[in-house]
Design a protein around this ligand. Structure first.
Ligand SMILES: [Zn+2]
Length: 411
């Protein structure tokens, strides 16, 4: 189980409504929808370094027969009969069959990004954004590649996802595992951690097994890459301070909140100038009194705004996050200063999370080195081998080996 504090943080920031529509169906609010859009577009721009990806959202209903052709033994999706549409349909199922169909029709060497929700049967309890009946946002990349290129292309996908984690200020490593061999010919799992250091899987990368490749009628190797809104939950778990959610700058709709009344003309002009640049600034009139000013600031902080700037009789002042610290500024900040502040902000978030990752994986003895012989004894459950491989002397016998992540139950 994961303590629900992250959910309170997301509720206070108006990402999701308190409560749900039903077990495992979180209700998203505007701020959460906007952050999810920023998450997807950050990923698209990461992919853009290698390819020109297309993004689609597939229909909610998929003919059950078509789905069954690929996933013949599915038991985890909802099915319904729509007489006027001529038969049985599955509801918001896995995107891969539809995406491969799209790629076969339209051709192209670039990956296809399917964004939307997935509906899954949910036996047992829900853990919002970790384990849901309505999984949203679900981002699934399908890429048809030549057999010779499959691993190189998978490596580029790994790099794009690593970049996404960096932008979210979340630590991550990749492990290769053979435990899902019937699904992936090559299976890589990206692993980050919870604040207490327990590992958690944040993204999956597969070169699909021959079984599925043949059933998909792709004619080529099929790469399948996916992640979900769990990344936003992980952001809320790691990045918060006494005032609530602290967003990494890439997700923040407002990167710099400015408290400026009509009389703060200098500050207003400066902000207008910045808003024309590449920094997302929002100006809020805090009202005349100290109490209303405090309240306005608190509201911005609770929404996750990274920086709040205001002007007081003594001069301009900034509130930095994580932890919350207020400081006087020598002058009204120019765009260069604000960019530097935002970079330092992301750096602070990233470093704290990276320390937890190091403590949880390496120092707690989950990330260790094993030689082939010791790994094969089966005495320990090995979750996977580090990608790219890291050579190191076996921690058990001292023979040449490589880094592995030991298993256990992961959320
Ligand atoms: Zn050994």
């Amino acid at each position: 189980m994961i303590a629900d504090a992250y959910l309170r943080t997301l509720e206070d920031a108006r990402f999701v409504l308190p409560g749900s529509y039903g077990r495992g169906i979180p209700v998203w609010q505007d701020a959460g929808l906007r952050a999810a859009r920023r998450l997807v577009s950050a990923f698209e721009s990461a992919l853009g370094q290698w390819w020109s990806p297309r993004t689609v959202e597939h229909p909610f209903l998929m003919p059950a027969a078509e789905y069954q052709q690929v996933f013949d033994d599915y038991t985890n999706v909802y099915e319904t009969v729509v007489p006027e549409a001529g038969g049985s349909f599955v509801l918001a199922p896995d995107n891969m069959p539809a995406s491969v169909g799209w790629l076969r029709e339209h051709g192209g060497e670039d990956p296809l990004v399917a964004v939307g929700g997935l509906l899954r049967m949910l036996p047992g309890g829900a853990q919002p954004l970790f384990r849901d009946r309505h999984i949203w946002p679900a981002v699934q990349v399908t890429h048809l590649v030549g057999e010779q290129d499959a691993l190189d292309e998978l490596e580029s996908h790994r790099a794009a996802l690593t970049r996404l984690h960096e932008l979210l200020c979340l630590p991550v490593m990749t492990v290769s595992t053979g435990s899902l061999a019937s699904y992936g010919r090559t299976t890589w799992l990206m692993v980050s951690c919870l604040p207490d250091g327990r590992p958690t899987v944040t993204a999956t990368l597969y070169v699909m097994s021959g079984h599925y490749r043949d059933r998909l009628l792709a004619g080529r190797e099929v790469i399948d890459v996916g992640f979900t809104g769990k990344l936003l939950a992980l952001v809320a778990l790691h990045h918060r301070d006494a005032s609530g959610l602290v967003l990494p700058s890439v997700l923040a709709d407002t990167q710099v909140g400015v408290l400026a009344g009509a009389e703060d003309r200098r500050l207003r002009e400066r902000c207008a100038q910045q808003a024309r640049g590449d920094i997302r600034v929002r100006t809020v009139d805090p009202g005349p009194r100290q109490s209303t000013r405090r309240r306005a600031e608190r509201r911005l902080l609770r929404e996750g705004v990274p920086l709040v700037v205001g002007e007081r009789p003594g001069g301009p002042r900034v509130a930095r996050r994580h932890p919350l610290r207020r400081a006087d500024l020598p002058a009204l900040p120019d765009p260069g200063t604000l960019r530097g502040e935002l970079a330092a902000h992301d750096d602070r978030l990233g470093r704290t999370a990276a320390d937890r990752f190091a403590a949880g994986l390496r120092e707690a003895g989950r990330l260790v080195a094993r030689c082939g012989g010791c790994a094969a004894t089966g005495k320990e459950e090995i979750f996977g081998r580090t990608v790219p491989e890291v050579s190191a002397r076996c921690g058990t016998c001292g023979a040449p080996g490589s880094e592995v992540l030991l298993g256990g139950r992961f959320y």
